[in-house]
Design a protein around this ligand. Structure first.
Ligand code: GLN
Length: 493
C-alpha cells in the first residue's frame, strides 16, 4: 500500500520513486512489487498494489453512482472500508491463508493515517491471533559516542499506540549488532516480548536478509503469535546456493548501463537486479557502470564506453539523451561489443542501423521527431488518438515467437515465450524487408499482431534488442535467460 495520491506510479518521473514496475496483467506498480517477485518467484497482479489514488477513485465513483444511498461519505468508515476490502480481496481471490500487507511511508505521515486506522479496525475485527503488526524501525548509530539509539524506535511505537495499535513484532534496522541489554530495553519500553525484537543489520546484499531473519527466528515468532504450528524448517537450499555463488564470484566483468536517469540507481532497479541473478548463475560479478546518455556522442563514445565488456541501452521516454543512446548502440555494433537494448534501447539500435547501414538520413522514432522522413519506429495503431496518459500504454504480458537460429533462441532454448511490455511505439514493419536484407533481423515476433519483439545482428558477437522488458521477469530462482546469455557473451563465452 502506497499512501501517495497518484492512482499508480505509471505517470511518475523515475527520479521520484525509482522505476515503475509492470506486472503480468499490465499494472504499473511501485518497484517494491519487483522485489516481492524476485524473492518469491510468484507473479503479482493489479490487486497487489494499492495507492490512495486508487482507494479514493473507487470511493468517489461509488458515491457518483449512488451506492452510498445518500450517506455522508467519510474517511471513516468509507475510505477505511475500501482499504480493508482491498486487503481481504487478495486473500479471497487467491484463497490464501495469510496476507502480508506492507504499508509504505513512515508512522506519523498524514497520508498514512487512514491505513493505520484500517489496521486498527482489522485487528479488532479479526482478533489478536489473526492479525499481527510487524513494525519496522530505525536504530541510528552515533559514531561520535559509539552508541546505538533506541529513541526513534520508542517514539514511533508510541505514535502507533496513540493510533490504537500495539506493535506485535519490531524489526530494528541497524548498522551494528544489537546487544542483549538493548533488546531488553526495547522490549520493555515498547511493550513486546524479547524474542519479538528482531535485528535487521546492514548486509552487503539484500538477498542475505531472509537468511538473517531466519537466524533471528522471525518465522517462529510470527507463527507462535498467530497460534499456528511451527511447521518444518524452510527449504532454502536454492536460496543459499545462490547467495554463496553471489558472494564468491570466479570472474568479473564490466557492463555499461546507458540511460538518462543514472543519478538514481533505483530508476533501473529491475535491470540491476537481473544482472545480480544472471551474474550469480555464471559465477561472475557484474560491475554495472551507470553512464549518462546525454554525454555520449559518436566522437567521444570510444572514451566514454572504454573498458566495457558489454553495453546495455536502457528503456526511456522522450528526447533527452536519445542521441547518446544511439551513439552507444552504434559503438557496440561497430566494435563487436555484446549489446542488449531494452525497449527504447531496442528502438535506438533500429534507428542507428537505419541511419548508418540503410543510409536513411534522419531516420528516427516519431516519438522523437514527428516529421522524420523515415519513421522506422512509429506510434502503434492502437495508440493513435489516445490522449489520457495514465495506464494507456501497451502494458503487460504478450506472447513472442522466437526464430531458431538466433542468440535469443540459444538463450531461451525454446521458440515460444511471453514477456511484459510498457510502450507506445513499435518497429515500423514497412521497413522490415530493407532491414533484413542489410543484416538486422527480426527474430522475435508477436504471433498475433506481427509486432517485432526482438531484433538481432547475426555475425556480431551478441547484439540483441528487445521491445519487451526481460528485467521484470528475472528472479532468484529463475534468472532471465537473456541476461544470463548477455553476461555469458560479455564474459567472452
Ligand atoms: N518511449 C518508447 C515507447 O513508448 C520506449 C518505452 C520504454 O522504453 N519503456 O515506445
Amino acid at each position: 500500500m502506497d499512501p501517495y495520491i497518484n492512482v499508480d506510479p505509471g505517470t511518475l518521473n523515475p527520479y521520484e520513486h525509482g522505476e515503475c514496475y509492470v506486472t503480468e496483467d499490465g499494472a504499473e506498480t511501485d518497484l517494491d512489487l519487483g522485489h516481492y517477485e524476485r524473492f518469491l518467484n510468484i507473479p503479482t497482479s493489479q490487486a497487489n498494489n494499492v495507492t490512495t489514488g486508487k482507494v479514493y477513485q473507487t470511493v468517489i465513483n461509488k458515491e457518483r453512482t449512488g451506492d452510498y444511498l445518500g450517506k455522508t461519505v467519510q474517511i471513516i468508515p468509507h475510505i477505511t472500508d475500501e482499504i480493508k476490502r482491498r486487503i481481504k480481496f487478495v486473500a479471497r481471490k487467491n484463497q490464501f491463508d495469510i496476507v502480508i500487507t506492507e504499508i509504505g511511508g513512515t508512522v506519523g505521515d498524514i497520508e498514512s493515517l487512514p491505513y493505520i486506522e484500517s489496521v486498527r479496525q482489522l485487528k479488532w475485527e479479526l482478533g489478536p491471533q489473526n492479525c499481527l503488526v510487524v513494525h519496522l524501525t530505525l536504530v541510528p548509530y552515533l559514531a561520535a559516542t559509539g552508541e546505538l539509539k533506541t529513541k526513534p524506535t520508542q517514539h514511533s511505537v508510541k505514535i502507533l499506540q496513540e493510533n490504537g495499535i500495539q506493535a506485535d513484532v519490531l524489526i530494528l534496522r541497524t548498522e551494528h549488532s544489537l546487544n542483549d541489554a538493548l533488546r531488553e530495553k526495547v522490549a520493555l519500553f515498547c511493550n513486546v516480548d524479547k524474542p519479538s525484537v528482531i535485528e535487521s543489520k546492514n548486509v552487503s546484499t539484500i538477498y542475505q536478509v531472509p537468511l538473517l531473519m531466519l537466524d533471528e527466528k522471525l518465522d517462529q515468532v510470527v507463527l507462535r503469535k498467530l497460534n499456528l504450528p511451527p511447521g518444518n524448517e524452510p527449504e532454502l537450499k536454492v536460496w543459499k546456493t545462490f547467495v554463496k555463488k553471489l558472494q564468491n564470484p570466479k570472474r568479473k566483468i564490466k557492463i555499461g548501463l546507458v540511460g538518462k536517469y543514472v543519478e538514481l540507481h533505483d530508476a533501473y532497479k529491475s535491470i540491476s537486479e537481473s544482472f545480480v541473478h544472471g551474474g550469480a548463475v555464471n559465477e561472475c560479478e557484474v560491475d554495472l557502470q551507470y553512464i549518462h546518455s546525454e554525454g555520449i556522442t559518436d566522437q567521444n563514445a570510444k572514451e566514454k564506453l572504454a573498458g566495457l565488456n558489454g553495453i546495455l541501452v536502457a528503456p526511456g521516454f522522450g528526447n533527452r539523451g536519445i542521441e547518446g543512446k544511439i551513439s552507444a548502440a552504434r559503438y557496440a555494433r561497430e566494435n563487436n561489443i555484446p549489446y542488449l537494448g531494452i525497449c527504447l534501447g531496442m528502438q535506438c539500435a533500429v534507428i542507428e542501423f537505419a541511419r548508418d547501414v540503410l543510409k536513411l538520413e534522419n531516420a528516427d522514432s516519431s516519438e522523437m521527431n514527428a516529421r522524420t522522413p523515415f519513421p522506422v519506429i512509429d506510434l502503434m495503431e492502437g495508440q493513435k488518438g489516445i490522449t489520457e496518459k495514465g495506464g494507456t500504454m501497451r502494458l503487460g504480458a504478450y506472447p513472442c515467437r522466437i526464430s531458431k537460429d538466433s542468440f535469443t533462441y540459444d538463450a531461451y532454448q525454446k521458440t515460444d515465450t511471453s514477456e511484459r511490455h510498457r510502450h507506445r511505439y513499435e518497429f515500423n514493419n514497412k521497413y522490415l524487408k530493407q532491414f533484413e536484407a542489410s543484416g538486422m533481423r527480426a527474430v522475435g515476433i508477436n504471433p498475433e499482431s506481427g509486432l517485432v519483439e526482438i531484433v538481432e545482428i547475426p555475425g556480431h558477437k551478441w547484439y540483441v534488442g528487445v521491445q519487451f522488458h526481460p528485467e521484470y521477469r528475472s528472479t532468484v530462482v529463475a534468472p532471465h535467460p537473456l541476461f544470463v546469455g548477455f553476461i555469458k557473451a560479455s564474459m567472452g563465452e
